[in-house]
Design a binder for this molecule. Structure first.
Ligand SMILES: NC(=O)c1ccc[n+]([C@@H]2O[C@H](COP(=O)([O-])OP(=O)(O)OC[C@H]3O[C@@H](n4cnc5c(N)ncnc54)[C@H](O)[C@@H]3O)[C@@H](O)[C@H]2O)c1
Ligand SMILES: O=C(O)[C@H](O)COP(=O)(O)O
Length: 526
């Protein structure tokens, strides 16, 4: 049973994919509500109101996925979530049109003083001469950040006869030409635009990018819009430039602190504001809720997700292709971890045959997740596998080899420790399943699943019988048994599987037998 916490106001209709799950309990309450048992939560759905910081994450040890029903994830400590192996997803395009429309509406309202004039009419005043507006037609709109919203805003503004100059370091010349906008450096946008609007995420680079220095480069009489994130335009600097009459007006949907409380900008009549309403339409809310609800459900049902912030996107088709290799990679990581009982400084994985053509980095992460599973307390998965290896000083290498040892596909994992190395090789055979075909110098063939015992011994008559007798005396049923050796009378191995885990006492008896070099008891999940 999964417990899903919907902590912000998210469209109930959009949550349908989750509400239809038979094995999920949906709780719609604030994360701070004392009735919510945070320890049980598997999935958390938020908008921008809930601050998903490390402190909250520490109270949610079971959390597997955070879904942001919207675009900006600046209310989520993504790095802290990544460290804990929690997948973070968002709904990147569900509210694009609504926010572009809101920005356009704010621009038109600002240029024609609509909010101010509206208020006077409601106050029974008729001040027609106070509100001389400015046409949009023929004006230059400067767009900083030409992503989804910037692009939709440009299309709408062009239809109103505006010229568009944009600054976005990641915009190619071809795309700018296709969109019919002029790609410029930031100074050109600042100097030439009559109206400037920002549509970037809030990052270390964009925070305060419209500061006093930037404002000093703008035309006298310029207008500003911020419907992206508070802080991209420095509020103090903007207030100063409005105060001296350089900036003619500003339209703001977002603020450095939300709700903003007392703010120096609010004393100016030519500043208009909305309370972060860009995405607040029925359509956008349904879109973003449906997008994240579908993704959370896919994730909880062990399918890939497409809109993860901290996990490479894999399409369902590709995931279906890698699924069997994903499983065996994890199993090999787990076996290696249980067989080599010392600190590891290097893990390298070699792919050959058909598997080498797939998304191997995902498989490498799965092998690391399997390796760490039995070793450390933190939940390690594809999200934090590389980070965990790095933090523990383990070098991870990935190679492609032409030699598949006669198999259609083959994955070899090598772990190097202080004193020993361990090599395991597996393959996936259609209609047969995952098989381990090589263990540390020995050819073998076993299913890497369940309660396993790996015995390294000398190839002498009676060893197998003595092992069998001890197990029989303890009423332990051997489910499967495979043997392998290098040469007659030399070293050999056997891998046995049981229906239940082997007790310590049995293991101790087996260890004492003659001709046994080492014994490893393993539990490997499917
Ligand atoms: N007001 C609202 O309710 C509301 C709703 C949706 C989105 N947003 C916000 O709007 C912003 C844009 O959203 P989007 O969906 O268009 O995002 P997006 O990722 O599609 O676009 C962002 C663009 O900014 C560009 N960029 C990044 N750093 C830059 C820099 N230093 N200088 C110039 N350009 C830079 C990127 O290349 C990208 O093209 C985000 O901050 C998002 O959180 C607000
Ligand atoms: O980043 C976003 O998607 C917007 O800022 C919308 O935020 P909201 O979901 O809190 O309205």
């Amino acid at each position: 049973m999964f417990t899903i916490l919907v902590a912000d106001a998210i469209s109930k209709e959009g949550l349908q994919p989750l509400l239809e799950m038979e094995n999920a309990l949906i709780i719609q309450k604030k994360a701070s509500d004392p009735e919510v048992n945070l320890e049980n939560i598997d999935a958390l759905l938020v908008r921008s109101a809930t601050k998903v910081n490390n402190e909250l994450l520490n109270k949610m040890p079971n959390l597997k996925i955070i879904a942001r029903a919207g675009v900006g994830v600046d209310n989520i400590e993504v790095e802290a979530a990544t460290r804990k192996g929690i997948v973070v997803i968002n709904a990147p395009d569900g509210n694009t049109i609504s926010t572009a429309e809101h920005t356009f509406a704010m621009m038109a309202s600002m240029m024609r003083n609509i909010p101010q004039a509206h208020q006077t009419v409601k106050n029974l005043e008729w001040k027609r001469n106070n509100y001389l507006g400015t046409e949009l037609y023929g004006k230059t709109l400067g767009i900083i950040g030409m992503g989804r919203i910037g692009t939709e805003l440009a299309k709408r503004s062009k239809a109103f006869g505006m010229m568009i100059k944009v600054f976005d370091p990641f915009l190619t010349k071809e795309r700018a030409a296709k969109l019919g906008v002029e790609s410029c450096n930031i100074d050109t946008v600042l100097q030439d635009a009559d109206i400037i609007t920002v549509h970037t995420p809030l990052t270390a680079e964009t925070k305060g990018m419209i500061n006093e220095k930037a404002l000093s480069k703008t035309k006298k009489g310029v207008f500003f819009l911020n419907c992206a994130r508070g802080g991209i335009i420095d509020e103090q600097a903007l207030a100063k430039y409005i105060g001296i009459g350089h900036v003619a007006g500003a339209a703001l949907d977002v603020f450095e602190t939300e709700p903003p409380g007392e703010n120096p900008l609010f004393k100016f009549e030519n500043v208009i504001a909305t309370p972060h309403l860009g995405a607040s339409t029925k359509e956008a809310q349904l879109n973003v809720a449906t997008q994240v609800a579908r993704e959370v459900r896919l994730f909880l049902e062990n399918n890939p997700v497409s809109n993860s912030i901290n996990l490479p996107a894999i399409s369902k088709d590709i995931f279906e292709k890698i699924r069997p290799f994903h499983q065996i990679s994890k199993q090999m990581g787990s076996i290696i971890s249980q067989c080599i009982k010392e600190g590891i400084h290097e893990i390298s994985i070699t792919y050959s045959g058909t598997v080498a053509e797939l998304e191997t980095s995902y498989l490498t992460k799965a092998a690391l997740a399997g390796f760490f599973k039995n070793r450390i307390a933190v939940n390690v998965n594809e999200v934090n596998a590389f980070l965990t290896a790095k933090e523990r000083g383990i070098t991870v290498g990935e190679k492609i080899s032409a030699d598949a040892y006669g198999y259609a596909n083959c994955i070899t994992v090598t772990a190097k420790g202080e004193e020993h190395s361990f090599v395991i090789r597996g393959t996936y055979i259609e209609h047969y399943g995952p098989r381990i075909v090589y263990l540390n110098g020995f050819n073998i063939d076993f299913l890497p699943e369940g309660n396993l015992l790996y015995i390294h011994h000398m190839d002498r008559p009676g060893v197998i019988g003595r092992v069998g007798k001890i197990l029989g005396d303890q009423s332990i049923n051997i489910a499967t048994m495979q043997v392998g050796r290098k040469e007659v009378g030399g070293e050999a191995i056997m891998v046995l599987s049981f229906d239940r885990p082997l007790e310590d006492d049995t293991l101790a008896l087996l260890t004492k037998l003659d001709d046994i070099v080492s014994i490893n008891r393993m539990t490997v999940t499917g």
